[in-house]
Design a protein around this ligand. Structure first.
Ligand SMILES: C[S@@+](CC[C@H](N)C(=O)[O-])C[C@H]1O[C@@H](n2cnc3c(N)ncnc32)[C@H](O)[C@@H]1O
Length: 267
């Protein structure tokens, strides 16, 4: 549960944790374009229907639909209040083409999609191979015949130590805290905190009790769940070591302190 410290009445109104989360963590316009690009990499047609599992406020679904007439999306999340926030802030104008379902991604509700995704490592709530394989089986069953499923993954030795990263985002600070990592189970506990001007803090705005999955585990489980091919991608860097936004499929890669990447599975 989030805790707001400081002048309580004024602050609670100023702290809209979804708005701060979206500004600090998400880039839905770019993500929607990237999903379409990844689909086109493995298929010769254009994807029209997106399934966004663990959609939260469904900003990605809304951006997907808004980017092109005729596109549709379905967003699935357990949390009714979060979906309601998304409905109010993102759906006006595209409500006829974006369906939000309050439910468990394991239940596989709604029509099949061209492209499915589980972004920001949300699948990490499944902590056993059996649970994650089951989720991947459902995700596969919710795709059309030539459908494609996209995940992101993160890791590196810097993900396995207690630390607090702080970055300025416009007029506030975003903090990512890794509280603990258990080397025996790969369970990881993280929080997101925000701080506004004047030092007013919202501690534990979001908490993630996850298993840190390796790309190889994801690859194996996606194949066990029935996907025909799995592509573990990596971002190319330029001569200065800066990210280029271009992804390729290397056979091997050297570990880094912190990395994130895409894993793409063909139905
Ligand atoms: C890390 S947020 C991801 C939000 C968004 N997808 C993003 O990219 O930032 C995780 C979301 O997953 C939802 N969630 C957790 N377990 C779920 C489940 N089994 N089925 C559906 N949603 C779930 C939570 O309610 C939360 O909104």
């Amino acid at each position: 549960m989030a805790r707001v410290k400081g002048r309580r009445d004024a602050t609670t109104a100023r702290f809209d944790r979804h708005a701060y989360y979206e500004r600090a963590v998400q880039d839905p316009e770019n993500d929607a374009a990237m999903l379409a690009k990844l689909f086109r990499r493995y298929r010769t047609r254009v994807p029209m229907r997106l399934r966004e599992d663990f959609c939260g406020t469904a900003t990605l679904s809304a951006h997907w639909a808004r980017a092109q007439p005729g596109r549709t999306a379905i967003g699935v999340d357990l949390d009714g209040a979060t979906l309601e926030w998304g409905r109010k802030h993102h759906l006006p104008g595209v409500e006829a083409r974006v369906e939000l379902v309050q439910g468990n991604v394991l239940d596989g509700e709604g029509a099949k999609a061209d492209i499915g995704c589980a972004m920001n490592f949300s699948y990490s709530v499944f902590k056993t191979r059996e649970a994650l394989r089951k989720y991947f089986e459902v995700a596969r069953s919710m795709l059309v015949k030539d459908g494609v499923f996209v995940l992101d993954a993160w890791g590196g030795w810097g993900s396995m130590k207690p630390e607090r990263e702080r970055k300025r985002v416009g007029n506030f600070y975003y903090e990512w805290e890794q509280v603990r990592f258990d080397p025996l189970t790969n369970e990881i506990l993280c929080h997101i905190h925000f701080e506004l001007a004047g030092g007013i803090r919202m501690d534990r705005a979001f908490t993630y009790d996850w298993r840190l999955w390796t790309v190889q585990e994801l690859r194996e489980l996606l194949l066990e769940a029935g996907f025909s091919k799995v592509h573990a991608l990596w971002e190319r860097t330029d001569a200065d070591g800066d990210d280029t936004g271009v992804f390729y499929e290397p056979r091997r890669i050297d570990n880094q302190e912190k990395w994130w990447t895409y894993v793409v599975a063909e139905r």
